[in-house]
Design a protein around this ligand. Structure first.
Ligand code: AKG
Ligand code: FE2
Length: 300
């Protein structure tokens, strides 16, 4: 994994191609100060807001498709509409920047949530599956991508402290080492397919379950498997990266195994990029896993 500096004055179709290439190779792009960063005043206001104590909310989330922000504590000490305003503005600015940086992807991506992460990550008390300090690849149980890529842009809004990430082997290597053990062959069996069909029917009736493919099911398993594998957590740490106050970093977090070791106060925007928009669809996790399984996985 390499850290690649973004030159915000160089944005063009050709530069975008270079950046896409770098992202698809499993690198992290870093921007020293985004024009979309919330103002100092808005950062201070976000930092003074409290997250709801309910375990239903891992972060404070702005959901652009319904124009709502969830997870702000009722006794937050700040006006929830202010938090909403700041996150909505960050989301719009971040998407605008990403569209100019990566025009190749912007044509077809789906804009997902923006989040604010108000809690110190070091020593945060969460159930294993939701812990951010254990290395994992991202997969959203409620929002399956069907092979689409999870592109995330983070900004550190702590006034002094770095946000510290640890990252692991390239995705191909992760798959070679652990995919079988994590159940790659099980997600294509008839009982697994039947279970997903039932999930789809439940979803149609109650809107509660989700429409997963074998790929989505595996990625959720892989996420949990990696978090619970002690050997991987101990020996698989390859790079340590410090993101400074004000810095933004961008990566495909479905392919880079990552964990946040320390840091407080970050905002983040997610986009789901269809695999067809990749310069190298063959490097995408879906393709890597299909080669390892010897079977199509984007089937339901
Ligand atoms: O907040 C961070 O820095 C990363 C957390 C993370 O890995 C996640 O939300 O999936
Ligand atoms: Fe993650």
């Amino acid at each position: 994994m390499q850290i690649v500096k973004i030159d915000p004055n160089a944005l063009s179709e050709e530069y975008g191609e270079k950046m896409c290439e770098s992202l698809e190779q499993g690198n992290i792009l870093v921007l020293s100060a985004g024009i979309f960063n919330p103002t100092d005043q808005d950062c201070a206001l976000l930092r003074s807001s409290k997250q709801s104590a309910s375990s239903a909310f891992k972060n404070i989330a702005y959901k652009p498709h319904i124009n709502r922000t969830t997870g702000v504590s009722a006794d937050a000490g700040v006006d929830a509409t202010e938090v909403h305003r700041i996150l909505a503005a960050y989301s719009t600015g971040a998407i605008d920047f990403l569209s100019r940086l990566l025009p190749q992807y912007a044509k077809s991506w789906k804009v997902d949530y923006a989040t604010f992460r108000p809690l110190e990550e070091q020593g945060r008390d969460l159930p294993l599956n939701r812990r951010n300090d254990l290395m994992h690849v991202d997969a959203f149980p409620t929002r399956p991508t069907h092979g689409g890529r999870i592109l995330r842009l983070f900004t550190n809004i702590h006034p002094e402290k770095d946000r510290v990430w640890v990252t692991s082997y390239p995705f191909e290597e992760l798959v070679k080492r652990y995919a079988k053990e994590a159940g790659l062959d099980e997600v294509t069996t008839a009982p697994a397919a039947l279970k997903r069909s039932v999930g789809r029917i439940v979803r149609m009736v109650s809107r509660k379950d989700s429409d997963r493919t074998a790929y989505d099911e595996f990625m959720i398993r892989f996420h949990t498997f990696l978090k619970s594998n002690e050997e991987f957590q101990k020996k698989g740490q390859v790079d340590l990266s410090h993101f400074k106050p004000g810095e933004t970093w961008i990566s495909f977090t479905d392919a880079i195994a990552h964990a946040v070791k320390a840091g407080q106060y970050a905002v983040e925007q997610t986009c789901i990029v269809p695999r067809e928009a990749m310069l190298h669809p063959d490097l995408a996790p879906l393709a890597v896993l299909e080669r390892a399984a010897g079977k199509p996985l984007a089937t339901r």
